[in-house]
Structure formats: C-alpha cells, structure tokens
Design a protein around this ligand. Sequence first.
Ligand code: TYD
Length: 134
Amino acid sequence: MRRSVTIINLPKIEDNRGNLTFIEELNHIPFDIKRAYWIYDVPGGQKRGGHAFKEQEEFIVALSGSFDVVIQDGEGEVKYSLNRSYYGLYVPNGLWREMNNFSTNSLALVLSSTFFDESDYIRDFEKYLKWING
Ligand code: TYD
C-alpha cells in the first residue's frame, strides 16, 4: 500500500451502566471533521462505496454489527473487518475502497475531512488506476 490505512483504537469508558466511546478531531483522528454520514439498512449481500476520493480522508466505525472494508491502490488489496464500536479505520485520500459483508442491522459511521463534493469521487476503477499511476 502506498498510503497508510490505520486501525485506530478509541477511548472506551467501561461502566456497568453501559460503555461509552468518543472521537475528537485532530486528537484521535488526524483531520478536522467536516461531515458525518452513516450507512444502515443494507440488504444482505449488498456492497457500498466502490470508489476513491482524490482529497477526502475518512474514518469508518462499525457502530453496530460488522462489515468489511476492502482497500486497493493498484499495488495490493487489504481487507479490514470492523466489528467493534471502539475502533475504526482511518482511510487516507487516494485509495480505492469498497464496503461489503454487512451483518444484519449493521450501522457504519463515516467521518469525513470534506463537505460532500461529487467531483472528488473517482467511480471507475480503470480511471482510478490511471489517476493513481499518473
Ligand atoms: P456514495 O458516497 O456513492 O455511497 P457509498 O459510498 O456508500 O456507496 O453516495 C450515494 C449517494 O448519496 C450519491 O448520490 C451521493 C449522495 N451523497 C450525498 O448527497 N451526501 C453525502 O454526504 C454522501 C456520502 C453521499
């Protein structure tokens, strides 16, 4: 991999009333949070997020349930299984990523370093390879 995808462990405040986890921008994750979105009610077997971002960095957490995040950069492919509320995956810009293998009732939280901008997406894998190699 040309850029470092990292599993980041978050604080977990254990309590017999229930556990609590939090994220602070530029403290636990290396960017300012401009946007949060979440993916839910994913039907069995569906895939999300087959694309790359030119600028957007993101942090993905399985708030509930589990799913896999598959990262590619044209040189290799790595699969990360997310299944805990207290860690997540930091994905730098410039990587192709797909999310699949969603469990029933899973909830994926994505924190983004940018506002939504369709022109930041590369949605065609061949175009992505040209962009990353070019
Ligand atoms: P997309 O990012 O392609 O979803 P995924 O990566 O999960 O497959 O977004 C799906 C649609 O939602 C697309 O038409 C763009 C729109 N969208 C917004 O309007 N704002 C957002 O913040 C996001 C993430 C998507």
